[in-house]
Design a protein around this ligand. Structure first.
Ligand SMILES: [Zn+2]
Length: 285
């Protein structure tokens, strides 16, 4: 992985504001013209009139670093942001994200550029101790059609021969494979989630994966007097007679907070700042 430093100096695209990154945003340049490679995009950011920037531009030859990772770029600004981005990033996601531009110049080798992007993204995730749930499409934050081949099926068909959703899942899966050597399904997010039951802190913890909090089924159900059944044959967990889509981690089964709370007839609230799931309901005897 070859990274060359070509930091931009244009102040309208590089304000010099310090940031603490909390996520990695994937973009495409949308420019399929000849020569629209990483250096060309970097040079575009450095024009005095350009108000856009990203930390890296990737083409089939190299990675160009345009901004230090601890400085703010202008790559996901918008009038409106999606709820999940506001919840998990900030009210102004430029101030806590690293941006990568994928170059699609037609005189470049798309597959090589894709592979190089995977390597860079994996390297960043590793350094910050993040899972693939810290990967965002520009689309996920603002709704912009970027990168179009991970958002719009017609583009995805042309670049990957599959739907946009599948192409994006594959990208995350490819990063996951390099990250751990394991497929994604066995890698829960390491972000721990605290649990409060009727205002009382539960010793057991859950975890956050892809923005969904998962709670330990038995610990929560028993706190509310719910009946937990386990069928060894089908490896299915039932709570108060209802099936749950559970995940087993180190012998403990976890279920999405919303499913579990519905089965137990609980109110559920998510507190993003403290990463706490608050459950309220009747504790049956
Ligand atoms: Zn973008």
């Amino acid at each position: 992985m070859k990274i060359i430093n070509m930091l931009i100096t244009n102040k309208t695209a590089r304000p010099g504001t310090r940031i603490t990154p909390r996520g990695l945003v994937i973009h495409w340049t949308a420019n399929e013209g000849k020569g629209a490679d990483a250096v060309a995009n970097r040079n575009y950011f450095d024009r005095p009139t350009t108000e856009a920037s990203a930390h890296y531009c990737v083409d089939d030859k190299q990675i160009v670093r345009c901004l230090p990772e601890n400085e703010m770029g202008y790559h996901v600004g918008a009038k409106l942001y999606k709820t999940d981005a506001l919840k998990r990033l900030s009210s102004y996601p430029n101030n806590c994200t690293i941006g990568i531009e994928m170059c699609v110049n037609k005189d470049g080798d798309f597959q090589k550029m894709y592979q190089t992007t995977l390597e860079l993204a994996t390297d960043i995730l590793k350094r910050y101790g993040w899972g693939v749930d810290h990967l965002w499409r520009h689309y996920d934050i603002t709704g912009k059609n970027c990168p179009a081949y991970f958002v719009t099926d017609s583009f995805a068909e042309r670049f990957f021969g599959q739907s946009a959703e599948k192409a994006w899942e594959k990208f995350k899966g490819d990063v996951q494979t390099i990250l751990t050597g394991n497929p994604q399904k066995n890698q829960p997010n390491v972000v721990k989630v605290s649990i409060e039951i009727n205002g009382v802190h539960l010793p057991a913890q859950g975890y956050l994966k892809d923005g969904v909090s998962h709670l330990p089924v038995r610990a929560v159900a028993e706190a509310f007097g719910g009946k937990v059944e386990w069928c060894a044959e089908t490896k299915q967990v039932k709570v108060s007679g209802q099936d749950l889509t559970e995940t087993i981690e180190s012998g403990v089964s976890y279920a999405p907070a919303r499913e579990l709370s519905a089965a137990l007839n609980l109110q559920v609230e998510w507190h993003g700042t403290t990463k706490t799931v608050k459950l309220k309901g009747c504790v049956c005897e």
